[in-house]
Design a protein around this ligand. Structure first.
Ligand SMILES: *Cc1c(COP(=O)(O)O)cnc(C)c1O
Length: 410
């Protein structure tokens, strides 16, 4: 049996406190929190000077290359509370033919447990829920978050109730149930599901695991930024294209880069962050273009990319702030371009993307055409889930083995 050496050592956390992302108000660590008093996400703060003194960069580099090598930059206090399903460091895969550039790399998050990068956020949030004594969790989901929650929570005996839009991909609904959650299809969108969760919270029935409504999912997602830094030799790429729903990963990576700079492990250079949305649900793009700090709800949201069909994000201002500070943009792409990108990447480069991953490739191509990015820039696209979870084109060719088969025509 393989034992993960990063999880055998008991290491203390370096968390000092939590902080309101809007007002900066401080909150105590080691107590259960949802949103801040003004209804905004809480961010976890660390004693980075102490981290720096405790672990040289070379020591991190020498550890096994999984998510837990970053243990000192993560919030879990007791290693025993971590429920792991094997959170690997995901590979960077060139897609020269479909992208048209040798410098475009796909960070393939589909290889994580439960087949999506939701595993990063949920493994952390569930470990913290366990540490803080939570016994019942509810969550609204477009599919992958619910699946990751179900897997990790079931593994440590926490009860889960999951609500998803009734047109959520069938495989997602079934995997959530198969992994031990009670899952309900709701005739509405993800924020309508969130409203049901909120009603149960008001009655004290469960703890709310909606995106950014508990502080620790961001910490798990931030490991994408930490991994990129080490994979690029303690530098960062020139541009990152991130499929943006609730924006947890984009916000998390931006936070990771700041922490790495404070540790002295990277310099002040930052990638341009591109928040990619589907043009059928693009509240962040609309707010970005209008110069707004917050994004209004997108009505009648519709796209094949279910993971980014998020009409309203509680962390909207954090996404917009990171995109603007980085010199990036929020970009919308249509469903036909998304599906074409998925098809192109599979046919030309042999890599099957999920539709949300396809959106980043479509946005990159558009940015290349418009001169927003240069062909020789090092670009990372996020493929956030395995393409195997999504519908594929039909394949109906058949042969009658008893009849004549003209092999020359096959
Ligand atoms: C959740 C999800 C996203 C969006 O991620 P956020 O960090 O919440 O913006 C994109 N794609 C897929 C497949 C997802 O499951």
């Amino acid at each position: 049996m393989m034992i993960n050496s990063n999880l055998t050592a008991e290491r203390a956390t370096f968390v000092t406190h939590l902080e309101c992302s809007m007002t900066g108000e401080r909150y105590q660590a080691d107590t259960l929190h949802g949103l801040s008093r003004v209804g905004r996400p809480l961010l976890v703060r660390y004693d980075l000077d102490a981290v720096k003194a405790a672990i040289p960069k070379a020591m991190i580099a020498a550890r096994a290359t999984d998510l837990w090598r970053w243990r000192e930059l993560l919030p879990v206090r007791h290693t025993a509370n971590i429920v792991s399903l094997g959170e690997i460091e995901t590979p960077l895969i060139p897609i020269p033919r479909s992208s048209g550039s040798p410098n475009v790399l796909v960070k393939d998050e589909g290889r994580l447990p439960t087949g999506s990068f939701k595993a990063r956020g949920l493994v952390m949030a569930v470990a913290m829920a366990k540490e803080l004594g939570v016994t019942r969790i509810a969550m609204p989901t477009n599919g992958n978050a619910g699946a990751a929650l179900a897997a990790y929570a079931t593994r440590c005996g926490i009860e889960t109730i999951v609500f998803c839009p009734d047109d959520t991909p069938e495989i997602n609904v079934r995997e959530i149930q198969a992994q031990g959650a009670r899952v309900y299809r709701v005739n509405g969108l993800i924020d309508d599901c969130g409203a049901i969760v909120g009603r149960g919270v008001a009655e004290g029935r469960w703890f709310d695991f909606s995106t950014l409504k508990e502080p620790y999912r961001i910490e798990g997602k931030k490991t994408m930024g930490l991994e990129l830094a080490v994979q690029f030799g303690w530098k960062l790429p020139d541009a990152i294209f991130y499929p943006t729903g609730g924006g947890t990963g984009l916000i998390g990576m931006w936070k990771a880069f700041d922490e790495l700079e404070q540790l002295g492990w990277i310099g002040p250079e930052r990638p341009r962050m591109y928040a990619v949305q589907a043009s059928g649900c693009a509240p962040i793009v609309r707010a970005f273009e209008a110069g707004e700090e917050h994004a209004e709800r997108w009505e009648d949201a519709a796209t094949v990319a279910a993971g980014i069909r998020v009409p309203r994000a509680v962390g909207d201002f954090l996404i917009l702030r990171a995109v603007r500070e980085s010199g990036g943009k929020a970009l919308g792409v249509g469903d036909p371009a998304i599906l074409k990108a998925v098809d192109d990447c599979a046919k030309k480069d042999g890599l099957l993307l999920c539709p949300e991953g396809g959106a980043t490739l479509a946005a990159y191509k558009e940015a290349l055409r418009s001169g927003e990015v240069d062909e020789d820039e090092r670009v990372v696209l996020f493929n956030c889930a395995t393409g195997l979870k999504y519908p594929m084109p039909e394949a109906n060719a058949a042969l009658d083995r008893f009849g004549e088969i003209d092999l020359a025509t096959l």
